[in-house]
Design a protein around this ligand. Structure first.
Ligand code: COA
Ligand code: AMP
Length: 653
């Protein structure tokens, strides 16, 4: 592969080509999606696809009823595939591997669902899941789905305050957690984090169920001893095994297709995370369709998504997608490098005969840095690998061509968001293998109508940058609203361009219809494929007694894509050594948002550049920090501030 030449198409699957499938999806969405819905098992099959009676809030399959966990597990067992491997748990940090057949996973899910039901969890109740990459995470998610309960998974790298915000917003009946997570450099104690979150939250869940892992300091017994004392909320603490005692396996509960399956919080412009709501029916249909048509994964194939169940990529393609498709998924507890080396991915591709690998560009950059010539790739037989999919952040052309060269397989970039739940743009490998182009996630996936708009909502010419917007209605599987807040949903996404969903991304479309996603138009940044809000970090910095005002921007980073950098102006008369202030601010962001924020750079400056109306010129600061061309905005209040900042913002050589 070269950086600028499209790669030739690989052997194309039989059937109608992309243009034909895409045309059908937009000209006859009703027929298209009802047909796709036939791949799912329904308790009551839908007779209609789209309900637009409350537009711009849309619902898919309004009269259908189904159970997502049944579709992910039982149907495969009932079809005679109970012995097929559903999930391979592979922990690089512990050196442990375990295979779960479909029958075993179904049974474990049914039993844990029974345990949840015994504690009163039923249809519509929320369960917050705070677990690392261990089998109990998908078991707990699917157990909720089995009962028609709504799970809300929180990524382990978030701090107690973030956990508390999610508890207060989703008001879970139960929290499911563990004693700890294993990071390469340290063990993370989960129980104190949950205790702290419960102290901070206003809402009290009824119980906390703890999966006990060996090797951690804090246990259920200790938490039980503290519950209700010393200002602790009086929640009931019980171990996973205690919860299972006497629990009867629960049968799948048919729910309305429009019932929520999960809430997943993601960063927005403000500090308050947005609870993206996914339904049951649209989600099952869209993911099932995507497995076949986007990834070309069929029953029995092995798909490994190296992400985390705490992110949308993990929800869709570690847990639900592969299982809905009857494929085998790999749950990998480890890193691309350092557990123990940059060959970790290739070793597992060989061992598990992985057909499709999905990861984030940052993981490839980390591997490339450690093994630039791909020597560790050559030590393994990666012959089972057909395609490498990447998403989560922009895939830079250098990383794209490097990965293609060392692996010898197509590297398919695809673009999506927590909100959409599955790809907006991709090279639809199960339909037609279109040429790949460096820097582009290829073309709109059937169902999505992608347009590039200027700030006034007018379409721009091919090649011209603008706001990437999706014409409404969005296809099935995309968010239906924000948890408990239709108004925020409409204001955040549907108001900027009436008739469209605003993605918050900017980019352009070329003359062949290929989309290029260049960056965000808001204050969301992407650090190692993790989506973070600079607004949330600014809130933390601004609360420091010595800080008068501050700005956090995402600056380009060769490994992580972006990294956050904070610029603070001190209050007049503040007496604190700069080094101490830096240390305190870095520690507070870690304490209040979490290690995942990866906030390490703080600069004390005299003033921040602002418009005459007082808005901080973050975009200009970012352009300066990234060494891009920039012009002094005409709205600036005092341009000498920019001159003074130039030295601080100069990119490192
Ligand atoms: N629980 C607790 N802490 C976590 C965590 C988790 N699940 N995941 C990350 N962290 C912590 C790390 O320990 C680290 O803490 P430290 O500051 O004490 O070292 C911090 O958060 C930042 O971690 P990370 O983003 O992993 O950076 P890194 O420098 O340790 O590793 C990469 C760099 C590129 C190897 C790593 O970011 C990576 O694997 N990225 C891929 C991400 C991905 O797959 N995203 C999915 C989106 S599709
Ligand atoms: P998240 O919601 O965490 O999945 O993050 C979604 C955001 O990540 C998108 O809005 C984009 O800004 C960015 N993103 C995801 N995938 C890609 C991609 N393939 N190319 C460019 N940006 C991407």
């Amino acid at each position: 592969m070269s950086d600028d030449r499209p790669t030739p198409p690989q052997d194309a699957p039989a059937g109608p080509g992309y243009a034909e499938v895409y045309r059908r999806s937009t000209e006859d969405p009703e027929g298209f999606w009802l047909e796709a819905a036939r791949a799912v098992d329904w308790d009551e099959p839908p007779t209609r696809a789209l309900d637009d009676s409350s537009a711009p809030l849309y619902r898919w399959f309004p009269d259908g009823r189904l159970n997502t966990a049944y579709n992910a597990l039982d149907r495969h067992v009932e079809a005679g595939h109970g012995e097929r491997t559903a999930l391979i748990y592979d922990s690089a940090v512990l050196g442990v591997q375990e295979h779960y057949s479909y029958a075993r996973l179904r049974d474990e899910v049914a039993r844990f669902a029974g345990a949840l039901a015994a504690r009163g969890v039923g249809r519509g109740d929320r369960v917050l899941i705070y677990l690392p990459m261990i089998p109990q995470a998908p078991v707990a998610m699917l157990a909720c789905a089995r009962l028609g309960a709504v799970h809300s998974v929180v990524f382990g790298g978030f701090a107690p305050k973030e956990l508390a915000a999610r508890i207060d917003d989703s008001r879970p009946r139960l929290v499911v957690t563990t004693t700890g997570g294993v990071e390469p450099k340290r063990r993370i104690e989960y129980i104190p984090a949950v205790e702290e979150a419960l102290r901070l939250a206003e809402h009290d869940p009824e119980a906390v169920v703890v999966h006990e892992r060996a090797g951690f300091e804090h246990d259920v017994e200790g938490a039980r001893g503290r519950a209700g004392r010393d200002g602790q909320p009086a929640v009931q603490w019980l171990s996973w095994d205690e919860a299972l005692e006497g629990a009867e396996p629960a049968a799948p509960v048919p729910v309305a297709a429009t019932d929520p399956l999960y809430v997943l919080y993601t960063s927005g412009t403000t500090g308050a995370p947005k609870g993206v709501v996914r339904d049951n029916g649209g989600h099952a249909v869209a993911l099932t369709w995507s497995m076949r048509h986007v990834y070309d994964v069929r029953p029995g194939d092995v798909m490994w998504t190296a992400s985390d169940v705490g992110w949308v990529v993990g929800h869709s393609y570690i847990v639900y997608g592969p299982l809905l498709a009857g494929a085998t998924t790999v749950l990998y507890e480890g890193k691309p490098v350092g557990t123990p080396d940059a060959g970790a991915f290739w070793q597992r591709v060989e061992e598990h005969r992985v057909k499709v690998l999905f990861t984030a560009p940052t993981a490839l950059r980390a591997i490339r840095r450690a093994d630039p010539e791909g020597e560790l790739v050559r030590r393994h037989d990666t012959g089972s690998l057909e395609t490498l999919f990447v998403a989560g952040e922009r895939l830079d052309p250098e990383t794209w061509s490097w990965a293609g060269r060392v692996l010898g397989v197509p590297v398919v970039d695809h673009w999506w968001q927590t909100e959409t739940g599955w790809a907006i743009c991709a090279n639809p490998y199960g339909i037609e293998r279109l040429p790949l182009k460096a820097g582009s996630p290829s073309v709109p996936v059937p169902g999505y109508r992608v347009e590039i708009l200027d700030p006034l909502g007018q379409p721009v010419a091919p090649g011209e940058d603008g706001n990437i917007a999706l014409r409404l209605p969005l296809p099935p599987g995309t968010l239906t609203t924000l948890w408990g807040d239709d108004r925020r949903f409409v204001e955040s996404y549907l108001t900027a361009f009436p008739g469209y969903y605003a993605t918050g991304d900017s980019g352009h479309v070329d003359e062949d219809g290929y989309v290029y996603v260049m960056g965000r138009t808001d204050d969301v940044i992407n650090v190692s494929g993790h989506r973070l809000s600079t607004g949330a970090m600014e809130q933390v910095l601004a609360a420091h007694p010595a800080v008068a005002e501050c700005a956090v921007i995402g600056v380009a980073d060769p490994l992580k894509g972006q990294r956050p950098a904070g610029y603070v102006v001190l209050k007049a008369g503040a007496r604190i050594p700069e080094e101490q202030l830096r240390t305190e601010l870095v520690a507070t962001v870690r304490e209040q948002i979490g290690a995942v924020a990866d906030f390490k750079d703080v600069f004390v400056v005299e003033a921040l550049p602002k418009t005459r109306s007082g808005k901080i010129l973050r975009k200009t600061m970012r352009q300066m920090a990234d060494g891009q061309e920039w012009t002094v905005p005409s709205t600036i209040e005092d341009s000498s501030v920019l001159d003074a900042l130039a030295e601080v913002l100069r990119p490192p050589r």
